[in-house]
Write a protein that binds this ligand. Sequence first.
Ligand SMILES: [Zn+2]
Ligand SMILES: [Zn+2]
Length: 193
Amino acid sequence: MEDFETLLGKGREFHGEVCPGIVMGTRIAMAGMRELSMDPSERNRDLMVYVEIDRCMADAVQAVTGITMGHRTLKYRDYGKFAATFVDMATGKAFRVSAVEGPKVNENDKSEKSSRPDMKEIVQKLSKVPEEDLLVIEEVKVDIPPQDIPGFPKYRAYCDDCGDRVLDRREIIIDGKTLCRACAEGPYYQKVE
Ligand SMILES: [Zn+2]
Ligand SMILES: [Zn+2]
């Protein structure tokens, strides 16, 4: 397995800097892949990762593991948690890796200095904290529905309201009507006349 510094470098390149989230993500990714006996230096076609936050950490997980949204191997669940689940699609084995709540590193910084904590220092400390003080690793089971699996799209539907094509069973059936999510729940955007 590649060493920590090399993998941290991948996160730095992808994210643009090394911040505490990149260190956390790198450590989370290393732990998850190790549990699945996967090597980050190889292409792991059977790896799928569910990321539970859209912050820096997610970039490190992506950079270290090689999963991408475009390959459908990166799944985003909007939980707002520092956690990710690593699934081996070939064996069905899965491990959820989450950050121990409120790493001790930050608390120490607060007591030592009244000013803003030094990012460099936090990065240094997070890099060296023993894994058991930083991460919780638990074996889990993930049922990946067939419409979420990588490969050619098998399911397509058309919205009865707007006519848009909807792939991968993302349509919603209401009172016998097939609707896209935007028509069913209201879109996240408003049209400008
Ligand atoms: Zn960042
Ligand atoms: Zn629609």
